[in-house]
Design a protein around this ligand. Sequence first.
Ligand SMILES: [Zn+2]
Length: 412
Amino acid sequence: MMSQPADLLLRHLRLASPDGVQSVDLAVTAGRWSHVGAPGSYAGAAAATYDAGGALALPGLIDVHTHFREPGGEHKGTYASESRAAAAGGVTTVLTMPNTKPFTNSRATLDRVRELARDSLIDVGFQFMADGTNLAEMEAVAGTVPAFKLYLDRTTGIDSPLADPERLGALLATGLPFVAHAEGDTLDSLLNLHRRYGTGWLHIGHVALAREVEALRAARAAGQDVSGEASPHHLFLDEDDARRLGALGDMRPTLKSAADVAGLWAGLADGTLEAIATDHAPHLLAEKQGDPPPPGVPGLQTMLPLLLDAVAAGRLDLPALVRLTSAWPAQRFRLADKGAVRVGSHADLVLVDPNARVTITNEEQLTKPGWTPFAGRQVRGRVLRTLRRGAWVYADGQTVGAGGGEEVRVAP
Ligand SMILES: [Zn+2]
């Protein structure tokens, strides 16, 4: 029996999970689900009730690949600004990348990033840079960060530890969890090193080429503990769009051929690619119009509408969408209490209208630069409301509140 009233009762939801879609009522107490059951099954009292009117709900999305630009790039984006874009996109947890200024490769910088992240409206975890020289710093933060990031292509001005294969092999032999930016031949070299020296999990960010999907498929078939993610821009845009968009369609990896896009979708379908993550990387329009324009595009607010549109078009089903955007990221990155709607886990949820026909515009983008490469695109699917740890952070076209996001705990 519930003696204490719930903080919030959500009624008349259709909840999507990796197992299917079910009608449910949900109750929240102190930021966590305290009841998950059939419609009408909650017998206790509640301080507030929200009737969702049969709306479709998904676990709050977890985006394991974002650039929030603090410290050092505040004019492009901050924890405050980019977390609002996330909330409007149904994303309740992000992992942010360490190519900040200075790089997040030391305890001191990580402490500073943790302070800055208190401005976030949604929950945050941090990927810590593995630069080949900072193993002691890595070991000091191991267990508190979900992954260590390897930049193995020269796209961000970071010296690649792959220049010294022995050094990279030694890193892979630590058994720490790694995420890599590694394209084409670089990916082949990395997978070879992982086969020889690796003792832990290796995840490949923004897989973009069909041959990279094939390389991952072969490595997995050989028993390597490797996985990969795809980014919405590589799933929904190709090199024809790159020509149309110019700098606004330029990122690393670049947009690829239609055959590569098909290869990514096949990789999602057969489980070779296990996550979808935005690589949200805001730059001001003025910077994009400069010479040379910096690579990277925003993506947090548009990911879920694009994926709902893919569901409407029959390219993806809802259970797969949930698996790719919350269940698998939470489980594999060991994000405690995340990624599932069950009693005791954090009350992170997004309500959507999968039938709404929407035209994506620059004007509604909350990312600091205020543009998207998907402007003008018509999709079926709209985010209605977003709940983070039991608090509404987005409702009816507006973000709600400021700050309040917490750091995700890494499960042992
Ligand atoms: Zn990135």
